[in-house]
Write a new protein. Structure first.
Length: 212
């Protein structure tokens, strides 16, 4: 079964200590650095094994006019002026940027599949299994994982390459995700890559990442 890695919302606004959205990582100590290190190891391991990496990012117009403000998370984004396209907050965290030739999917809701071509890309690559990682675990990761399972994909969660605002929420969300997905560490997942996990055929070989 062919596998791809989904890297969700590794953007400054949610993962960098100076980001304006505090949902994704604890602001105290070195929590952000630990997630970045784990995510970097996951992405490096996938690329070394020729497993496709697809980055999913969220951003909005400066006036947030396209945001449907039907939930606290969206109302808070608008109120804080966060995730504006073209700003530092919407950029990828240093070291977790897409590599040349990789797909970059843009969306504006919670699930990475909603309003994006993600499903079509995965089907074009003949992917059957997704390794999902990102921030926040209880938001985009959990929602995208559930959406993927409903659409027919098998899912593994890279636990230490995900994070929540606090450890209690992280533990509870991972326990819930275990009902629909395998929950493994980055080291376990990368070891499986190294044992010859069958990658998808790459369909994108441009010099720059492809944003959709």
């Amino acid at each position: 079964m062919k596998t791809a890695v989904l890297a969700l919302h590794y953007q400054n606004e949610v993962l960098h200590p100076e980001g304006r959205i505090a949902l994704g990582v604890a602001r105290e100590g070195d929590a952000s650095a630990m997630v970045v290190a784990a995510a970097s190891a996951l992405l490096s391991g996938a690329r070394a094994a020729d497993v496709p990496v697809i980055s999913v990012r969220i951003s909005f117009r400066p006036d947030h006019a396209e945001v449907i403000r039907n939930a606290p998370i969206f109302r808070n984004v608008v109120a804080s002026g966060a995730m504006v396209e073209g700003t530092w907050g919407a950029e990828f965290v240093e070291g977790l940027e897409p590599a040349a030739g990789e797909f970059v999917v843009h969306h504006t809701r919670i699930s990475g599949f909603t309003g994006s071509p993600l499903a079509e890309i995965l089907r074009a690559l003949e992917i059957g299994h997704l390794v999902i990682a990102g921030v926040a675990t209880n938001s985009v990761v959990a929602t995208t994982a559930a959406h993927a399972v409903d659409l027919g994909w098998e899912v593994t969660i890279a636990a230490d390459a995900c994070s929540c605002r606090d450890a209690r929420m992280q533990e509870a969300t991972l326990e819930s995700l275990a009902l629909i997905a395998e929950v493994n560490s980055v080291s376990e997942i990368v070891a499986k890559f190294g044992r010859g996990l069958r990658p998808a055929n790459h369909r994108c070989s441009k010099a720059k990442s492809t944003t959709l």
